[in-house]
Design a protein around this ligand. Structure first.
Ligand SMILES: NC(=O)c1ccc[n+]([C@@H]2O[C@H](COP(=O)([O-])OP(=O)(O)OC[C@H]3O[C@@H](n4cnc5c(N)ncnc54)[C@H](OP(=O)(O)O)[C@@H]3O)[C@@H](O)[C@H]2O)c1
Length: 315
């Protein structure tokens, strides 16, 4: 099968296109023939730095990176009862861990997948995995965002942000989203009530008494977010597990909870996402598509940090 392997972290040239044997599935796994996959900032981070590569994938080399996939089941493990050969499925395979999704065939625990709704394409499905799960697990599972909450979403035009905006809106929140001016209409179209252009405006002068913040940017955005969050409010950061001591002290004094989340594979959460997509409540905005052979170009594009919605890659 076609696959892209990585022997050590480095430039995009370290992504090597190879032909290798198909994976052999375990009892609890299915073999998915990949139709589309999606890429995320973590892909270029693990590709370019050994620390990130070892942290997420462990020490075995060569490694196959990639976690977001949508495709068709071609083999089913003996212990799998919830899927059959021919099912169209999507999900985030084995995160954190060896996703192995940059390949024509991927072995995935069945508990990481759900059925793909028929009204969405494989590109839209593959996109709504790591980023959509992150939005779901931060806002719904950790944040318990509900009707009437004031929610601030940083980088609302990005992969995580555009799903988070739609999910927060669906749960009845008043949503404030940040991006540069060129993405204002996109952020508002996704359901944000208010847009802040972070390049010309200071969000801490424009919002206050926020119930929930999703930090997708890091740095001083965390400190400034503590300033605008109300006592008893919550900040979920997906950018750092090492909160600066000053920020930690400030948060404690203000009665604001700051928590780091690392997204986890979950077929149960994928089912919730699939149900919203089936009803047309949650949509993937795929702004750019690459072929599998263009994976290096996809990484270079991703690294610019200007992605609107998601990038899909077709096998
Ligand atoms: N911990 C976890 O489990 C987890 C999970 C998913 C993602 N992440 C991390 O979260 C971050 C975001 O991921 P993503 O997939 O959403 O990224 P992304 O799709 O690459 O985000 C790109 C978007 O960010 C916007 N942006 C860039 N700088 C900004 C700023 N200072 N303020 C507001 N918007 C800004 C850009 O809009 P403009 O062009 O308008 O600036 C662009 O639309 C990444 O660092 C990623 O590694 C962590």
């Amino acid at each position: 099968m076609k696959a892209i392997i990585l022997n050590e972290a480095g430039s995009v040239d370290n992504l090597q296109f190879v032909h290798i044997a198909k994976p052999i599935i375990k009892n609890n796994e299915v073999l998915v023939k990949t139709i589309s996959l999606s890429v995320n900032p973590v892909d270029y981070k693990v590709r370019s730095t050994n620390g990130a590569l070892n942290w997420i994938l462990g020490a075995d080399r060569p490694a196959i990176i990639g976690w977001d996939l949508s495709g068709t089941i071609v083999e089913v493990g003996d212990a799998v009862t919830d899927f059959k050969i021919g099912d169209a499925v999507f999900g985030m395979a084995n995160f954190p861990g060896k996703g192995n999704a940059y390949a024509e065939f991927v072995s995935v625990p069945s508990t990481h997948l759900t059925l793909k709704p028929t009204n969405i394409s494989h590109q839209e499905a593959a996109s709504a995995t790591l980023a959509a799960l992150t939005a779901w697990q931060t806002l719904v599972k950790k944040g318990n965002v509900k009707k009437g909450n004031k929610v601030l979403i940083h980088a609302a035009s990005g992969g995580v942000g555009h799903y988070a905006t739609q999910i927060a809106k669906h749960f009845g929140a008043y949503v404030i989203g940040t991006s540069s001016a060129k993405n204002k209409e996109f952020v508002l179209q996704n359901g944000a009530d208010k847009h802040i252009d972070y390049t010309t405006e200071n969000f801490q002068e424009m919002v206050s008494d926020v119930d929930f913040v999703l930090d997708t940017v890091g740095g001083d955005v965390i400190s400034k977010s503590i300033d605008v969050t109300k006592n008893g409010g919550k900040i979920l950061t997906i950018t750092t597990s090492n909160l600066a001591e000053a920020d930690s002290n400030k948060a404690k004094e203000k009665g604001v909870e700051v928590e780091f989340l690392l997204v986890q594979s979950s077929g149960d959460d994928m089912l919730q996402i699939a149900q919203l997509m089936e009803k047309g409540i949650l949509k993937s905005h795929v702004s750019k598509t690459f072929s599998f052979n263009e994976m290096r170009e996809a990484h270079l594009y991703l690294e610019q940090g200007r992605t609107v919605g998601k990038i899909a890659v077709n096998i």
